[in-house]
Design a protein around this ligand. Structure first.
Ligand SMILES: Cc1cc2nc3c(=O)[nH]c(=O)nc-3n(C[C@H](O)[C@H](O)[C@H](O)COP(=O)(O)O)c2cc1C
Length: 213
């Protein structure tokens, strides 16, 4: 396990990278690592209502940049990750999770009837609108895991909400896949010329953001 000071050092080292070094690509090992951190992310009930698209195709990224207020990272980072949510949450997701839980834990599906009831009740109680918001929240948890893990591994990243979701959905054909884009994360290696790397971190004092009751 990493020591706490190493994690804090990494969190101070990271910043929302504006300029990536276009000559440096992440290794296959680094990309696999990022994928695995996304896969291992926590989600409410363990529903994992997401898909993470790693976009490497340069033509596609050029098009996507035009739907992201021309932000350079979309095209210039080593990889562009589009974090997507499922369009819907249905009883099929309940069945999938029960089956996966049974396989992973060895518990017979019958013994998971209580859990299944809870999941079914949760899903049927969500309006489509609420399900969308809930799925988005789960995706943001994965983004947080990704940012922390990337920092710890010395990989630069920029989380990005500055893009047109409908435009991304259209270019990537997400509707057909039952997905919707939520947030982006560009990853790679910072350019030496990125002045944001040395800018002071702006964070409120601990007493402002944490209260022990
Ligand atoms: C969800 C989210 C969306 C963001 N969207 C953008 C973006 O579109 N473009 C950008 O350059 N930075 C974006 N940022 C970076 C933030 O501006 C940055 O994280 C914040 O100012 C704190 O600075 P630091 O991350 O460098 O410590 C985003 C950050 C988050 C968490």
């Amino acid at each position: 396990m990493a020591e706490t000071h190493e994690i804090l050092k990494a969190l101070n080292w990271r910043y929302a990278t504006k300029q990536f070094d276009t000559s440096k690509k992440l290794s296959d090992g680094q990309v696999s690592f990022l994928k695995e951190t996304l896969r291992l992310s926590a989600s409410s009930f363990g529903f994992q209502p997401w898909k993470f698209l790693f976009i490497t195709d340069s033509e596609l990224r050029k098009r996507l940049r035009t739907k992201a207020f021309n932000q350079t990272q979309v095209e210039e980072a080593s990889h562009l990750i589009v974090l997507c949510r499922q369009e819907k949450l249905t009883s099929a997701d309940v069945d999938k999770l029960i089956s996966a839980t049974s396989s992973a834990t060895g518990a017979p599906e019958d013994s998971l009837a209580g859990f299944k009831n809870v999941l079914s009740g949760f899903v049927s109680g969500l309006s489509q609108e609420k399900a969308e918001v809930w799925c988005e929240k789960q995706v943001y948890i994965a983004l947080g895991s990704l940012l922390t893990a990337a920092a710890r591994a010395g990989i630069d990243a920029c989380p990005m909400e500055g893009f047109e979701r409908p435009g991304f959905d259209e270019v990537l054909g997400l509707e057909k896949k039952g997905l919707r884009s939520v947030v982006l994360c560009t990853v790679g290696i910072r350019s030496e010329g990125d002045k944001y790397a040395t800018r002071a971190k702006v964070r409120y004092p601990l007493a402002d953001v944490v209260e022990t009751i």
